[in-house]
Design a protein around this ligand. Structure first.
Ligand SMILES: [Zn+2]
Ligand SMILES: [Zn+2]
Length: 311
């Protein structure tokens, strides 16, 4: 690790060294460079329009609270309106703290906060879903991801937001891309394209304004801004291959600074080359949400879980 003392931009005391660009940064210059990067991402991919109502999915972690703060700062001068949406998945010893953090932080920023829960929407908490899963080989993260995405859609639809913003950072996206690649899940890779617009009017557009920001820089931003994020890890986080992929990508980045950024660019270019047969898109026969098969992934998951309830 090279030594650094002074911010390359302003000469003040540096708090962070950005290895891939060889720059030392003070706290002010680091935070403003992250905000500028988010602004560039928004304009490069045309993610927001003037006057959009933005529903920010907020979990209580460093990424989503930082995103809320950054979008609030950026959009203050625009006509865009921001709402925060939090889903209580029902993970004992974990969600209660995160719900409290989200409530306090949205109040501090003066942003309207809307909540719902797995229990309200599906009739069971994630903890109960894990019990129902039994010995089936589906990870808790897969169940949670599928159900949370739909839960956010349901709340966002009620609130009539124009766009849902999620806090996936560069590391999250690259891990997901690699998992999809290893699982041969081409359809999901198509959705990496930040410029993609849903064809169905009932599907709300999703944007990921932090997609070009490294996870550790989001963490630095949250820390330097004094954002009170949840530090406890989700008890289910080590299920699935994500932590293995995270560790491989971190090792590669340490040896080859900037490799994650170039890999993300490749992932986006690949996603833009994939052609999906849109004639194959239909409505799920059970819930009527758009789906590529007769039964959508949410209804498949619910059937799989509830199938055991009566045994
Ligand atoms: Zn500086
Ligand atoms: Zn369905």
């Amino acid at each position: 690790m090279p030594t650094y003392r002074r911010c390359t931009i302003c000469g003040n005391k540096a708090v962070y060294f950005r290895v891939y660009s060889g720059t030392g940064l003070c706290s002010l210059c680091l935070c403003s460079s992250i905000v500028e990067k988010v602004k560039r991402t928004i304009s490069k991919y045309d993610l927001l329009k003037h006057g959009d109502v933005i529903g920010v999915a907020v979990s209580g972690g460093k990424d989503s609270l930082s995103l809320l703060r950054i979008l609030n700062d950026i959009c203050r001068h625009h006509a865009s309106k921001i709402l925060a949406i939090t889903i209580d998945e029902g993970i004992s010893g974990y969600c209660k703290e995160s719900m409290g953090i989200c409530k306090n932080f949205t109040e501090e920023l003066g942003i309207p906060h809307y909540t719902s829960s797995f229990k309200e929407i599906y009739g069971f908490s994630l903890d109960e879903a894990i019990e129902l899963r039994g010995v089936k080989k589906i990870s808790a993260c897969s169940i949670c991801g599928i159900l949370r995405r739909r839960a956010i859609d349901i709340v966002a639809n009620k609130l009539k937001v124009d766009v849902i913003a999620t806090a996936h950072n560069l590391d999250d996206l690259l891990q997901t891309f690699t998992i999809n690649l290893l699982n041969s899940d081409i359809t999901k890779i198509r959705w990496f394209d930040p410029t993609i617009k849903p064809k169905d009017e009932f599907v709300i557009r999703r944007i990921r304004p932090l997609m070009e920001v490294y996870e550790k820089e989001v963490a630095m931003y949250a820390f330097l801004k004094g954002i009170p994020f949840q530090t406890a890890s989700c008890p289910y986080m080590n299920e699935g291959m994500r932590s293995e992929i995270r560790s491989i990508l971190n090792t590669l980045e340490a040896e080859h600074p900037g490799i994650k950024y170039s890999a993300l660019n490749s992932a986006i270019k690949i996603s833009q080359k994939i052609v999906i047969d849109e004639k194959g898109l239909k409505l799920c026969k059970t819930c009527k949400f758009p789906s590529s098969s007769e039964l959508c992934s949410v209804c498949k998951t619910l059937e799989m879980l509830k199938g055991d309830m009566y045994i």
